[in-house]
Write a protein that binds this ligand. Sequence first.
Ligand code: URA
Length: 190
Amino acid sequence: MTFEELEAMCKACTKCPLHQTRTNCVFGTGDPHADVLFVGEAPGEKEDLSGIPFVGAAGKLLDKYLEAVGIDRGRVYIANILKCRPPQNRDPKPEEQEMCIGYLREQVKLIRPKIIVCLGRISAMRLIDPGYKITKEHGTIVKKGGFSMTAVYHPAALLRDPRKKEDMLTDMKKIKSYIDEELGIDVALE
Ligand code: URA
C-alpha cells in the first residue's frame, strides 16, 4: 500500500462512531519519509476543521518549541493516535484507540522513522508502555521495536500548567541533540 492509498482509506473510515461527528479526518502532515515522527493524542476543534494536526493553541505552542530548538516542522512527520476528533475533546476511549491504531501502525511502516516522540501521556501509554508515567519519565529516550522512543508533555498540558514549560524546553533540546549526534539526522531549519 502507498502512503496516498493509506490516507484515502483512512479518510473514508467508518469503523468507529467518531466518523459521524468529524468534519475532517486528520491523517497527518509533514515529510512521509521523515526520520522523526511526533505522535499526539487526537484532533481538536481547529484540527477537525482544517484536517491538519496541531494547528490550534496547543499546535502553536508546539511550533514554538520546534522553532526554539531548530527543528523544521516540514522535515518531520506529525500524526495522532486518533484520526477523528472526540466530541468536546474528551480523552480517546480504549476501543476508539484500538480501532484507529492500525492506521498509525501502517504510517510507521511506510515512514520508517528512526525516532518517535510521543506528545503526552495518552500517546506514550499507547506506544511506549501502558504504565508510562509522564511526570517521571518525560524526556527519557528508550529503544523499542527498532526505534528510539521518547515522550514529552503534551503542549495542551503546558497551557494548563506553565510550570512544566522549563522541563519541556530541556526535553526538546535533549531530543534535538540526540537527533543530531546519536542518529546523525538533519532536521534543522534551513
Ligand atoms: N492535540 C493533539 O493531541 N493533537 C492535535 O492534533 C491537536 C491537539
